[in-house]
Structures are given as C-alpha cells and as structure tokens.
Design a protein around this ligand. Structure first.
Ligand SMILES: [Zn+2]
Length: 187
C-alpha cells in the first residue's frame, strides 16, 4: 500500500534510504517491506537505474540457517555481528537498526575487499552480500540467532539456532578440533 500522507521531506528521506539500500544490492522485497511509500515496480526501476540496467536478483531469499556452510564462517559472522552491535544505539535483539547494518556492512567490505561474492556466495567469508547481512540482523531480532559471550575464549560469538552447527562457540570448537588433530599427529 502506498502511503499518501507523507510530507515531501519524508518522501525524499525514504527515496534516499532506498537508494542507500539498493546501491548495496539489498533484495528488492526487503526494501519494499521496509519502505512502503515506494511501490515495488518503482523500487525495481531505481535498482536498474543505479546498476546500469542490471535487473534485481529474484528467487529464494537467503535463509539464516543456510548461510554458514563451513565452521570457519563463524569467525566472519561473529565479527560482522559484533560490528553491527557496536554500531547500534538500540537493542538489536528487539529492533533492526538499518544505519548500523549499513555501517557494519561497509566496514566489513573494507576489511575483506576481495572476499565478498555477490552472485556465488559459496566462500567461507559470510555475510557474502548485503542481503545476507540483512538476514543476520533480522534473525537477531526474531531470536533465530544470537551474539553470545564465550567464557572460554572471551570473545563474542554468533550462534544460529537450527543450523547444522550446534549453538555453542564455533571458534572454540575449531580450536579444539585443531588441538585434537595435532595431538593425533604426534601419536
Ligand atoms: Zn569461544
């Protein structure tokens, strides 16, 4: 539904936000969910205009439990989520903080400039695109994931419930596996 009661300034602000999100290639359905003063066809048009005629991606949206394919991904996921939480002024367990997602994503991209794979996100560095970053923020809000403090490594670690990785610190888990592996080699 298009909200006609917005002031001109509010409409401009929404367009500006849509631009920031679409520039980072957020899936158009998420943009549409967030900004209901702009129709989905118009959102698609803005996307094409920004990306030189490229059509927005369609099809399945990323699912939080399918984002980490390998355990190492939790290093990057935990880092991204810590950045997001540090950048946010609100409780990210109850709200999505859009400016903080943008900030954390931009920082993350600067840190791993050659590792981000938008189209074929099969690498270990996750989130691999802005939509995955969005899905992480969404999952934290609805309780499908949480950033937990780990007593043994004293770091913050992302846990994703219902994924193939148990909801414990995967960074410690990697450490333990590595120690076991080198002990076996000694024997
Ligand atoms: Zn740990």
């Amino acid at each position: 539904m298009i909200d006609q009661d917005l002031s001109y300034e509010e409409q401009l602000q929404n367009k500006c936000l849509a631009y920031e999100l679409l520039k980072r290639k957020l899936r158009t359905s998420y943009v549409s969910q967030l900004i209901n003063s702009i129709s989905l066809p118009e959102i698609r048009n803005i996307y094409r205009a920004i990306h030189h005629g490229e059509s927005p991606k369609s099809g399945l949206l990323p699912a939080i439990d399918a984002i980490p394919q390998v355990r190492e991904s939790f290093l990057y996921l935990s880092l991204f989520t810590s950045l997001y939480r540090s950048a946010s002024q609100v409780d990210i367990r109850t709200k999505m903080d859009v400016p903080a997602i943008i900030f954390a994503w931009d920082f993350f991209c600067q840190t791993f400039p050659n590792q981000i794979r938008e189209r074929r996100p099969y690498g270990k560095v996750r989130p691999a695109n802005f939509s995955e970053a969005w899905v992480i923020a969404q999952a934290l809000k609805i309780g499908l994931a949480a950033l937990q403090y780990c007593e043994s490594c004293h770091g913050d670690t992302l846990v994703i419930y219902n994924s193939k990785f148990p909801p414990t610190c995967q960074i410690c888990m990697m450490d333990n596996l590595r120690k076991k592996d080198s002990a076996q080699r000694i024997i």
